[in-house]
Design a protein around this ligand. Structure first.
Ligand code: FES
Length: 173
């Protein structure tokens, strides 16, 4: 019995390490319900190579929705032109992306008003008046760089800590 329990712990530890695995594997892994501190330390790897310009994907980071979007050249130009606009939470595109990869926008998919999941990451969803994300709960409009432009949300969609671990992969957390 003791041996079997130890085996189980070993397997569980492997499973927890798997939280850092590729995003598409997360739904299965998350059923293992890692403890709170393991969750707080966990990272999520996302393969960004398959994301086409203009496309977003939804992943999960520390049990919350994560949006990863590849901006089109037009969206990059629009976001840069808007850097100088009068904003509630002023941030430039460069401040919200990493150097050399300003077309990859990584944000939490959590509205900064009361925490709903904004629309706009899936094809055909309402992107709002500024072409980024739209929160249907109380009508917050985020621009192509995930910056709040209209509605009650106080701040931009949060950009979590992340870095590129290869040309095609980011590690969030
Ligand atoms: Fe998004 Fe209120 S929760 S606008």
């Amino acid at each position: 019995e003791g041996v079997r329990r130890r085996d189980w712990i070993h397997v569980a530890a492997l499973g927890t390490a798997g939280v850092g695995g590729i995003a598409v594997l997360l739904p299965a892994v998350s059923q293992m319900a890692p403890s709170k501190d393991v969750l707080a330390e966990s990272t999520t790897d996302v393969d960004v190579s398959a994301i086409q310009p203009g496309q977003s994907i939804k992943a999960v980071f520390r049990k919350q929705p994560l949006f990863v979007k590849r901006l089109t050249p037009e969206e990059v130009a629009e976001a840069k032109a808007d850097d100088a606009a009068n904003m509630r939470d002023p941030q430039t595109l460069a401040e919200r992306t990493t150097e050399g990869n300003e077309d990859i926008l990584v944000t939490m998919g959590v509205c900064t008003h009361l925490g709903c999941v904004p629309l706009g990451a899936a094809e055909g969803e309402n992107k709002g008046e500024f072409g980024g994300y739209f929160c249907p709960c109380h009508g917050s409009h985020y621009d192509v760089a995930g910056r709040i432009r209209k509605g009650p949300a106080p701040t931009n969609l949060e950009v979590p800590e992340y870095s590129f671990t290869s040309e095609s992969t980011i590690r969030v957390g």
